[in-house]
Each structure stands twice: as structure tokens, then as C-alpha cells.
Design a protein around this ligand. Structure first.
Ligand code: ARG
Length: 291
């Protein structure tokens, strides 16, 4: 009987796997409003559902959970992440995208797992300079939004990102700079960071001209709190100055070491790729405005 109903619904073109609007407004954190205090390297455990757009991109052939990189859900079927996550990647069709998770070793019923239908790496991604370190993943099926799963908001060029004050990074990457090559965190970590002026970030005691205009620097002059290996592709978000939602302003890209003084995390500024994203998603014709 249930099968018959399903067939009838399918025949009527009913959206069995969810629609674009089951997710509603982006940038909301339905569970976080209960979590008064905020607490990567130098971060603290995030509570379940605290950053509902974050995903864990996993290669099942890698040890542990298989976690490779973070990413953010920007539509029910598309994830934005870093291009360098896919250097040397093989058999991407076997990779998993885990959405709605907090502790990777114990995935609860709120978690949805998808596979990758399509990987779109920026056509001008350059590994040595880290330029255009951005990629999009199309999931094999859309996800259903819930209190644990929400979309991130990608700002267009009109958002004055440098004026945002409440910014946070999150990820399952290494929690100590030393163990960076081995460790990943089982529980999602979060930390508050400051946006650092790119002029300062590019100055002689800092990154000496390595920061591109489509990058953001975030962290602290003294170091100590930072993203690290395994956090790549994941979100740098800032709360809107006037309203109660968050903007996905950056994607974790690189850094010299982790948590070192004057060597903060370097992020891809998503607003610079707003048109590129729309073109890839088929929402805008390719034109001069695209990156
Ligand atoms: N490239 C790293 C990754 O693949 C992210 C490094 C971020 N580093 C930093 N110091 N913030 O996971």
C-alpha cells in the first residue's frame, strides 16, 4: 500500500527527496539560541547542531573516520569547499559527505550521508599560490533541512565583510599544531576569530605579499587560536551586524603552520566568487562579471 502511494506520488511528480524550499532562510542556527556561551587549535567542542551548514567530506579508504576536509551546504544539493582537498584524490565517487554531524565516530539519526555526483574545481585554481582555492560538490540527492541541517548564506559583493565583528571557524581538523599531520578531532571544534586587515596580513612580519585580494585573514596576531590541517574547505562565518543570521564569508584554505604568531589562517573570500558560484549552479549565465 505504501509502495503504491509512493508510485502515485512519483507519477504526480511529487518531490520525494525534498524540495529547494524545505530549507528556507539561510544562515540560521535553530539549536544555537539555547547555547549561551561560545567556546581547531585553541577551540572548544561545538554542541550538536551549533553550525548546521558544516559537512565532513570523507574518503572511506583513509584511516579513522576518513575525514579529509570540511565544507558548507549552500543549497540542499550543493556543498562549497576548497579545491586543494581534491589534490591526489582518486575514486571520488566512493567518498562520503556527512551532513548534520557533531561527533564523527558516533553519527546519530539527525545525520544525513550523501555521495558526490559532481565535483567542480575552479578553472583557475593554482596549487603553488593557493589562488582560487574553491570547489563545489553536487550531492547525489538533496538533503532535508532540520534543526541540525541548514544552509549557509553566501554574501554578494555588497556585504561589507570587514565590518563584521562576530566571526567563528569550525572543523574536525587537528587540535594541536604539532600533531597536525596525524590528528583529527572526533568532536566538531569551534573558535571565535577576528578578521585581520589584509594589508596588515600581507606586511613584512606576516605573509609578505602572499595574500591575494580574494583572500581573508582571520585569527589573532599572537596566534594560539587557529584552524589547522583537516579544517580546510570548512566555514569562516560572521554574524550579520543587524540581524540574527550568519554569513559564510570564508573557506579555510591555508596557513604557515597552525596557530603561530602573525601567521593566521588564510581563507577564500566567498563574496569574490559569488558570480562564479551562481554560474556553476546554473543560476546565472556566464559573462564578464564572472570570476
Ligand atoms: N590546508 C589546511 C587543510 O588542508 C588548512 C590549513 C589552515 N591553516 C591555518 N594555519 N589556519 O586542512
Amino acid at each position: 500500500m505504501a509502495l503504491l502511494l509512493l508510485l502515485v506520488l512519483l507519477a504526480l511528480g511529487w518531490p520525494v527527496h525534498g524540495t529547494w524550499d524545505n530549507c528556507g532562510t539561510c544562515g540560521l542556527r535553530p539549536l544555537a539560541s539555547f547555547y549561551g556561551k561560545w567556546r581547531v587549535v585553541g577551540g572548544t567542542n561545538a554542541r550538536p547542531g551549533a553550525w548546521p551548514w558544516i559537512v565532513s567530506i570523507q574518503d572511506p579508504w583513509t584511516i579513522g573516520s576518513g575525514h579529509i576536509c570540511g565544507g558548507s551546504l549552500i543549497t540542499p544539493q550543493w556543498v562549497i569547499t576548497a579545491a586543494h582537498c581534491f589534490i591526489n584524490a582518486s575514486y571520488i565517487s566512493t567518498w562520503r559527505v556527512v551532513i548534520g554531524a557533531n561527533r564523527l565516530s558516533r553519527l546519530g539519526p539527525e545525520v544525513q550521508v550523501r555521495h558526490i555526483r559532481q565535483l567542480l574545481i575552479h578553472e583557475h585554481y593554482n596549487q603553488p599560490t593557493h589562488w582560487n582555492d574553491i570547489a563545489l560538490l553536487e550531492l547525489d540527492q538533496p538533503v532535508q533541512c532540520s534543526s541540525y541541517i541548514q544552509l549557509a548564506c553566501v554574501p554578494d559583493i555588497s556585504l561589507r565583510v570587514q565590518e563584521l565583528k562576530n566571526c567563528y571557524v569550525s572543523g574536525w581538523g587537528a587540535t594541536t599544531a604539532r600533531s597536525a599531520s596525524v590528528n583529527e578531532s572526533d568532536v566538531l571544534q569551534e573558535a571565535r576569530v577576528h578578521l585581520i586587515d589584509t594589508g596588515i596580513c600581507n606586511s613584512s612580519w606576516w605573509y609578505r605579499g602572499e595574500i591575494h585580494h580574494h583572500n581573508l585573514c582571520a585569527g589573532y596576531e599572537r596566534g594560539v587560536i587557529d584552524t589547522c590541517q583537516g579544517d580546510s574547505g570548512g566555514p569562516l562565518v560572521c554574524k550579520d551586524n543587524y540581524r540574527d543570521y550568519f554569513w559564510l564569508v570564508g573557506l579555510t584554505s591555508w596557513g604557515r603552520g597552525c596557530a603561530r604568531a602573525r601567521q593566521p589562517g588564510v581563507y577564500v573570500s566567498t563574496q569574490h566568487f559569488y558570480n562564479w558560484i551562481l554560474v556553476q549552479l546554473g543560476l546565472r549565465a556566464a559573462g564578464r562579471a564572472a570570476e
